[in-house]
Design a protein around this ligand. Structure first.
Ligand SMILES: [Zn+2]
Length: 355
């Protein structure tokens, strides 16, 4: 048989698009020389990104929290299922893992633990191992970081982001899709409406912080966020755009856009924001977090780093480090590199929590 039915050359346009990237990318990147210049850049960039994400279109509403379930799980941890309204008629279910020591404790610290792909939303993060597929995902990615945090004496809040867990849209509601998400479908709809999945998820997490403030049971002045993979993406954007996050751990989501989202162009659509690359690279977004505490985790063989591997990661870390230098705050920026493929590493979790 003739291979490829006689086609021996392909006429593709990817090289053309790479040229476009080189011509126009990162026009608003972090190039400040002083702290004052940095602060000016930060203010303008945040406003620009909020518009690009479509967040100026999000609708305010009462949160109307419902506590739907309260069960005791292992090691004196109560697991609440709480549902809050983030926009009119848009509801976000979450598991809140509350250790005994954190009940009605104004000194208790909260960690928001957003979910990534392939973990059924909050189920993996909160460690719901009685579902076999969830147990498998936890073993593969060390995915139960919410439970890991709660076991160490902190409140862990594990929401379903849009399109995952109990928020799957019609295309993915069958039980065969339990571990999957409809973020891909949502991204197509959002894009045509001038909205983005990243913008909607970041908004929901803003509202989750509002809920923590309203609930007034724990320390709402010192809230942290920890996320892996797509959860790392949400952690990055939340911390960049909401100063109420005082510490953030981003695992498996820090690399340059050109290698990781243009060359590796089979990432889920929910990663993409129209015209984002013209303005900033990923390191610029993370630079907005300076000088607050920022821990970044990479895996040296993570395929998402792109064809140049850790070089593509380290270039972004260099951008971020410059921002921390304006505040003499290098101690607040940690970059840990582990061997192997895409995975959350909890070896230093105690250290991160104590920071
Ligand atoms: Zn997605």
């Amino acid at each position: 048989m003739v291979e490829n039915y006689g086609i021996n050359r392909f006429y593709t346009c990817l090289t053309r698009m790479q040229r476009e990237y080189d011509k126009y990318a990162r026009q608003n990147g972090m190039r400040a020389k002083t702290r004052e210049e940095f602060l000016g850049w930060k203010e303008k960039t945040k406003a620009k990104l909020i518009r690009m994400l479509g967040m100026d279109r999000m609708e305010m509403c009462n949160i109307k929290p419902i506590v739907a379930e309260r069960v005791a799980i292992d090691e004196d941890i109560i697991r609440e299922k709480v549902i809050i309204q983030t926009e009119p008629d848009v509801w976000m279910p979450m598991y809140i893992l509350i250790p005994e020591s954190c009940r009605n404790n104004k000194n208790a610290q909260c960690y928001i633990a957003p979910c990534g792909h392939q973990g059924a939303g909050k189920y993996s993060v909160a460690g719901v191992r009685d579902i076999p597929e969830v147990a498998e995902a936890i073993d593969k990615y060390n995915y139960d970081y919410g439970l890991q945090i709660a076991k160490r004496g902190y409140v862990a809040i594990c929401p379903d982001c849009r399109g995952f867990g109990e928020r799957r849209d019609i295309a993915k509601q069958g039980s065969e899709f339990f571990m999957e998400g409809s973020c891909y479908n949502l991204a197509h709809i959002a894009e045509s409406l001038g909205m983005t999945v990243i913008g909607m998820n970041t908004w929901d997490l803003f509202r989750l912080i509002d809920y923590i403030e309203e609930r007034d049971e724990w320390d709402s002045t010192n809230i942290s966020c920890l996320g892996f993979s797509g959860g790392g993406m949400q952690a990055l954007w939340l911390a960049a755009l909401d100063e109420r996050i005082k510490k953030v751990v981003i695992s498996g989501y820090m690399y340059g856009f050109k290698d990781s989202h243009l060359y590796l162009n089979n990432n889920c659509s929910c990663n993409y924001v129209p015209r984002l690359w013209e303005k900033v690279d990923m390191g610029d977004i993370a630079a907005l977090i300076a000088p607050r505490k920022l821990i970044i985790q990479s895996c040296s063989e993570d395929h998402l780093n792109g064809p140049r591997g850790m070089d593509n990661v380290n270039e972004q870390i260099d951008i971020i480090r410059k921002a921390y230098d304006f505040f003499d705050a290098r101690d607040n920026l940690i970059h840990d590199v582990y061997p192997g493929e895409h995975k959350w590493h909890s070896e230093k979790l105690d250290e991160y929590l104590a920071m």
